[in-house]
Ligand binder design. Structure first.
Ligand code: AMP
Ligand code: MG
Length: 340
């Protein structure tokens, strides 16, 4: 299959082009498109044949449910049979934006989207190209990240083409994504609401709106024993995450880098800006200032992908602080570092 690349200027959206992409969605085809988090691989969420193509193209197991993207809050009531007041409060506070709500599904939603679960994950993305596409397609769009399953998520159209070129009908190129990490997934069927995946809306921000927020056991346990985590978000290179702090972190990164260089491997360091001068003589890339976690989030996946493009075999990543967007970054780095 030849993948069509459709360039759309996010500042001046050409509706005629959006209509071309929406036609492909209506014809049960796959269209990758930008959102504010990462690029999504979109299909008509209410069409089983189209949704099946997502799993096929990504190599994603059918037991991993998808997020349905909507452009109008009314759609929430079509997709869910029970919208608790807390969900509405959160939607009003954070939509459009990087927050996914997990709610009881309606009859309209088929089991392929939800992986057989009785719940559906829904979000309204804060990206005008994404919103226009959903409106023109006149259907909710199921869209996981537009990468091969288990791999680093895409933050540019080129990243999507690198993974899925030749396998999908179309890629809308709307430039680099802003947030850089996926949405926060929040289960609102339980009390208190529970974070299933850290993401673009921080736990701190959620607490400002709903008070109590629980962190899922899986997430917490994953944090205690990252070895037990399933590998995900992984670059091709072997990724080693160094979680120590301060000078001990730099020392450990340098020790590991030297060890692998001695084995004649091509080693790269993903460093905080303030530490870069401590890696003279090593190859490194800067993710951002350690104090600017939102900038680090924006750069995370593209930095990992650039190591791969340049043929690095080992990436040694400095851990970041675990608050605000740092929680989402560390969740991803731990999974990326988990054994394959
Ligand atoms: P992706 O779109 O690839 O970034 O992944 C979607 C995430 O949402 C995955 O971590 C899913 O496990 C999660 N998710 C989707 N639907 C549900 C659901 N019904 N219940 C719990 N988690 C869900
Ligand atoms: Mg994904």
């Amino acid at each position: 299959m030849k993948t069509i690349i459709l360039e759309i200027n996010p500042q001046k959206i050409d509706l005629a082009k959006i209509k071309i992409a929406a036609e492909e969605i209506k014809k049960s085809n796959l269209v990758a498109f930008p959102t504010e988090t990462v690029y999504g691989l979109g299909a008509d969420a209410l069409n089983d044949k189209a949704v099946a193509k997502i799993f096929q193209a990504k190599g994603r197991p059918f037991n991993d449910p998808l997020i349905a993207h909507i452009a109008d809050i009314k759609e929430l009531y079509r997709l869910s049979r029970k919208v608790p007041s807390v969900a509405l409060k959160l939607a009003k506070a954070f939509w459009p934006g990087p927050l996914t709500l997990v709610l009881k599904k309606s009859e309209l939603v088929s089991g392929i989207v939800t992986a057989g679960l009785d719940t559906i994950a829904v979000r309204m993305p804060a990206d005008d190209i994404a919103l226009s596409l959903i409106r023109e397609a006149k259907t909710p769009i199921a869209a996981p990240s537009a990468n091969l399953f288990g791999r680093t998520s895409p933050t540019t159209a080129q990243h999507v083409a690198d993974d899925l070129g030749g396998k999908i009908k179309m890629i809308i190129d709307g430039g680099k994504t802003k947030v850089g990490v996926e949405s926060t997934v929040l289960d609102v069927t339980v009390e208190p609401v529970q974070v299933l995946r850290a993401g673009g809306i921080s736990v701190e921000k959620l607490k400002e709106v709903v008070g109590q927020v629980k962190i899922s056991k899986e997430l917490e346990e994953g944090f205690r024993s990252p070895g037990m985590l399933n590998s995900h978000y992984s670059p091709r290179a072997k990724l080693i995450l160094v979680e120590k702090k301060g000078d001990a972190q730099v020392e450990e990164v340098r020790r590991l880098a030297s060890k692998y260089i001695a084995q004649e491997l091509k080693v790269g360091i993903m460093a905080k800006e303030e530490n870069q001068n401590k890696y003279n003589g090593f190859e490194f890339k800067v993710i951002g200032k350690g104090s600017e976690l939102d900038v680090c989030a924006t750069n995370l996946f593209s930095t990992l992908r650039s190591f791969d493009k340049e043929g690095f075999e080992i990436i040694i990543a400095e851990g970041l602080e675990e608050h605000d967007l740092g929680l989402a970054i560390m969740e991803r780095l731990r999974k990326a570092a988990a054994p394959k």
